[in-house]
Ligand binder design. Structure first.
Ligand code: ASP
Length: 427
């Protein structure tokens, strides 16, 4: 059996937490390929290494010496290395990083050093091989990810290796330029490795026991979702749940590899299984409610408008914002989107000769993942009405396993709480 395992930054923030990580990894010989984020926060006001590295980049750009700029990162690393009683010559280690930074001074290179450092420390501590992501994760020269070549290299490199630690988040172009996947990108690296080595499972360790069915700050009794299909996870993470990167399911979409989100500090908890859609058929969708602010809506009235009129308007709106929903009738086009409506309404009014334009900002989108979403529309509508929450729009998509509701942003929290409480009573 092969398990690909990723540890988030909070699991690697102190030496003490490293011991917990080692216990988990070493207790199961199938945990072969370990992907790591950079050291995370030790306490809530602390700074992640990646955020410190943004400052390193700025300081060097503004003329500070590379040695001085890396000072705080050196200190954090030294604290962990000392706590783990590792025999690493940090002065020499950082000297090399600093010389390389001088040679390849780009933001992506500097940011990538966070994962490089944590992976080197983790490999040393676990006594596993260190495989640099730059040798197996490849980007095209235009900065896009080259999946096919990466998978080939991963398979070739890892096939002869018993157990290894690999930094998440970055890779390299054929021309030797380091590129990153963007914030939270180590989750994606984990999926790529899991897919390429045909892992039996991809375990993603974080500091919570899975993905909550509702934000626990809103619903104190929120449960952990046991299982959900990739498509529902995409919607849930797109619209509010942030435990795992939304793109992390993409490299696995044509495989039968599931992602198990688990808690480093409570490894005995089962966590959440995020399962490829084609493997989910035998399970029942559990209820989850999430919400995202920043929604705008615009309604254009134009008597006897043509299809071409709609097309031109939508082309314009698509170029400006990310559309959530469109509904059209002979005289009216209503579009909701993430973005601000005021500026768009003004432009349409001046350039598309409508009979009228109405716009509304400060709305929120609620996503309710549930079974038989169509049948729930009227019930949920009733619940919101009874709390004086007016629904701007509601629509349902079977492929997304759920229901979408647009309400005023000021009603968002109350609406989420009410819907989750109502659904929970039925479980
Ligand atoms: N260290 C990077 C970040 O903080 C990437 C990651 O953790 O996945 O976003």
């Amino acid at each position: 059996m092969i398990k690909t395992v990723k540890f988030g930054g909070s699991s690697l923030a102190t030496a003490e937490r490293y011991y917990k990580v080692a216990e988990t990894v070493l207790s199961d010989k199938d945990r072969k390929f370990i992907i790591v984020s950079a050291f995370g926060k030790r306490f809530s006001d602390d700074e992640k290494i990646t955020d410190m590295l943004y400052r390193v980049y700025d300081c060097v750009k503004n003329g500070q010496s590379v040695e001085k700029a890396y000072g705080a990162v050196f200190t954090r690393t030294a604290e962990i290395v000392r706590g783990l009683k590792l025999n690493i010559d940090l002065t020499d280690f950082f000297d090399k990083i600093e010389r390389e930074t001088e040679k390849n001074f780009t933001l992506d290179f500097v940011l990538s050093r966070g994962e490089y450092i944590s992976a080197r420390v983790t490999a040393e501590f676990l006594k596993f091989d260190f495989i640099d992501a730059k040798d197996i994760i490849k980007f095209n020269d235009d900065g896009t990810y080259n999946g096919e070549f990466s998978e080939f290299l991963i398979r070739n490199t890892l096939s002869g290796i018993e157990r290894a630690v690999i930094p998440g988040f970055y890779g390299e172009t054929a021309g030797g330029v380091i590129k990153t996947f963007g914030r939270g990108g180590s989750d994606f690296t984990g999926s790529v490795i899991a897919g390429a080595v045909k892992a039996d499972i991809y375990e993603n360790f974080t500091d919570v026991s899975g993905i909550f069915a509702c934000d626990p700050k809103i619903a104190f009794d929120a449960e952990i979702i046991k299982r959900m299909p990739f498509s529902a996870f995409r919607r849930l993470s797109e619209f509010g749940a942030s435990v795992l990167h939304p793109d992390s399911v993409l490299p696995l979409k044509n495989t039968d590899i599931s992602i198990n989100v688990k808690n480093t500090f409570r490894p005995e908890d089962k966590g959440t299984f995020v399962i490829p859609d084609n493997k989910f058929n035998d399970y029942k969708i559990e209820t989850a409610v999430t919400a995202k602010s920043g929604v705008g809506e615009i309604t254009i009235l134009k008597y006897n408008k043509t299809e071409k009129y709609d097309k031109n308007l939508l082309d314009y709106i698509c170029g400006k914002v990310s559309i959530i929903n469109v509904s059209s009738s002979a005289d009216r086009l209503t579009v909701s989107f993430f973005g601000s409506a005021g500026e768009i309404a003004e432009y349409i009014y001046e350039n598309y000769v409508p009979d009228s334009v109405n716009s509304r900002d400060s709305l929120a989108l609620i996503y309710v993942m549930c079974v038989e979403a169509e049948a729930k529309i009227s019930e949920i509508y009733g619940i919101l009405q009874s709390r004086n929450i007016s629904v701007r729009n509601v629509f349902c998509r079977k492929e997304d396993y759920g229901l979408f509701i647009i309400v005023a942003d000021s009603d968002k929290t109350e609406a989420v709480k009410a819907i989750y409480a109502f659904e929970r009573k039925k479980i």
